[in-house]
Design a protein around this ligand. Structure first.
Ligand SMILES: Cc1cc2nc3c(=O)[nH]c(=O)nc-3n(C[C@H](O)[C@H](O)[C@H](O)COP(=O)(O)OP(=O)(O)OC[C@H]3O[C@@H](n4cnc5c(N)ncnc54)[C@H](O)[C@@H]3O)c2cc1C
Length: 499
């Protein structure tokens, strides 16, 4: 006889896991749910760390949908979570060799800035902004709120969203070519797509316009206290509502009896049973490692092996003893879009642009008299130079360290184009490669956004009876969407199982 210790086990305390846990415990505080997290802190890619008293975000650096009337804030409100968000303004300053272009948080101001730099494109820009607004509003009001994307939901959406429908079959690149004749504007208008590692030619026009345009029109936000504090706040609400979290608890197997998930086995050997398992862990890991070849079908096995991870990256976390009063919180040393992204997609790592974030410039509470933290990020491939010269045993030997240092130096040199003198004022330096992002998340290929877009991942949400997958791996990527995915997963369970 199987004795269930818990009603629900959740593997992983990323946004998806925390969203699911919070929604279940809010619905019924008497439920016995447990989150098992391999790391020593909650949050997955919503994370941060301190070195010598200086704080750094180590994953996400901005959250959309966090204004009062927007989806994330409304969801948090519904769950009784109190969290302050600060609007990031300016959203970004782009540093070119010969000029700076500011992406202001107010769309009219940003449009004026673009017209100032590209006066010949004024009418094209005005028309682009108009359509961007229409498409964003259509997604906002009619967009599918259920990430399972049933045919009916999609049909309803297409019927209502006229502008999106009209441009659906074009690629974003074709759309940009048609609408904006000055190609120098293309990388600016697709700035946020760059973060997903997607060149405009590989994205459908409305997705490119809306993903790129949402922060321009609806803002981007920062949780007061930093990203780690946001994750800790969610975890603490989950605990207060009766949920349990166990850290440094790595799941190595989902226990299956008669094609039904009945529990999990930890690397410590401990086995825990529950009526239902939710996996917020990586999709490929869940199928190939936690379930394994013997459990999943041959067809799913092959599909999982072939599933491509999204882009990963390289990061340098610098604590400096410098006065950065005159710098914005988010700045990017900017070059041509293709110049940044093309080498990475070909499997090479060439540093052309660097994004720099200074968390204490947005949130005073992160200031430290020990120095100022700067997070520097660039997208980077995982399979480069034999997986960054890590040995076959997974050891990070001398060659790996040398490579890390070499590229960190290059990155700092590029960053000095915006903030001269960085290299002479370093107090703290930490470096992360795709191998680091993989280690802390267990995400395939250290992928920042789950599997690469364009692959039908939502069809893998329900591998077995009593097992459901949630988060950016099976639904849309990003901090708010992963969280809302978790909440929706819980709502579905509550509806179907009357928990
Ligand atoms: C550098 C970087 C920058 C980003 N910038 C942004 C941004 O500005 N805005 C934005 O919206 N999004 C951004 N993202 C993406 C965003 O952070 C993610 O899409 C989102 O946080 C994913 O949440 P998740 O819960 O789906 O998964 P994850 O955050 O990956 O969480 C999965 C959790 O499961 C745990 N886990 C995995 N396997 C096991 C196991 N076997 N046993 C126990 N625990 C396990 C992991 O440790 C982790 O805590 C960024 C990501 C990165 C890396």
């Amino acid at each position: 006889m199987i004795i269930n210790t818990y009603d629900v086990i959740i593997i992983g305390s990323g946004m998806g896991g925390l969203g699911a846990g919070l929604a279940l415990q809010t619905h019924n505080p008497n439920l016995k749910t447990i989150i098992l997290e391999q790391h020593s802190i909650p949050g997955g890619f919503v994370t941060g760390f301190k070195r010598k008293g200086i704080y750094f975000d180590a994953g996400a650096e901005g959250i959309i949908y966090a204004e009062e009337n927007q989806a994330l804030s409304q969801t948090l409100q519904k769950l009784g979570v109190d969290q302050e968000f600060i609007k990031i303004d300016p959203l970004e300053v782009l540093y070119y060799p010969d000029k700076e272009i500011t992406i202001h948080a107010k769309p009219e101001k940003f449009l004026d800035e673009l017209i100032k730099h590209f006066p010949d494109s004024e009418s094209e820009l005005r028309s682009y902004f108009e359509i961007m607004e229409k498409m964003t509003e259509e997604l906002w009001y009619y967009g599918p709120t259920d990430y399972t994307n049933s045919l009916w939901t999609l049909l309803k959406f297409f019927f209502r969203a006229k502008t999106i429908r009209k441009h659906f079959l074009k690629s974003f690149q074709k759309y940009l070519d048609k609408k904006i004749s000055n190609v120098k504007l293309h990388p600016i208008l697709s700035f946020y797509n760059l973060w997903l590692g997607l060149p405009p030619k590989d994205v459908m026009a409305p997705i490119g316009v809306v993903v790129g345009g949402n922060p321009f029109l609806k803002g981007n936000f920062y949780p007061r206290g930093g990203m780690l504090s946001y994750a800790m706040n969610l975890a603490s609400y989950y605990n207060k509502k009766g949920g349990e979290i166990r850290y440094s608890a790595k799941v190595e197997q989902i226990v299956v009896v008669d094609k039904t998930a009945v529990g999990v086995k930890l690397t410590s050997g401990e086995e825990i049973r529950a009526k239902l398992i939710i996996s917020n862990a990586d999709l490929k890991q869940t199928y190939l490692k936690l379930l394994g070849k013997k459990i999943i079908s041959k067809k799913d096995y092959t599909k999982m092996v072939l599933l491509e991870p999204s882009i990963s990256g390289f990061g340098v976390f610098l604590g400096v003893d410098m006065d950065l009063t005159n710098f914005p919180s988010h700045l990017t040393i900017f070059n041509d879009y293709e110049e940044i992204i093309a080498p990475v997609l070909e499997g090479n790592f060439t540093l052309n642009g660097v994004a720099m974030r200074i968390p204490s410039k947005i949130d005073d509470s992160l200031k430290s008299d020990k120095g100022t933290g700067i997070v520097m990020l660039a997208i980077a491939p995982y399979d480069w130079k034999n997986k960054w010269q890590v040995t076959l045993d997974g050891d990070r030997a001398a060659d790996y360290m040398k490579l890390k240092e070499e590229y960190a130096e290059q990155m700092i040199k590029i960053a000095e184009r915006a903030i001269p003198g960085l290299s002479e004022n370093i107090i703290v330096k930490e470096i992360a490669t795709p191998i680091t992002f993989e280690r802390y998340s267990l995400n395939d290929g250290g992928g920042w956004y789950g599997p690469q877009k364009g692959q039908r991942r939502s069809s893998y949400k329900y591998p077995l009876d009593n097992l459901i997958l949630t988060g950016a791996n099976v639904d849309s990527t990003g901090v708010p969407t992963a969280f809302i995915s978790g909440v929706k997963t819980a709502e579905k369970i509550i509806r179907k199982r009357k928990l």
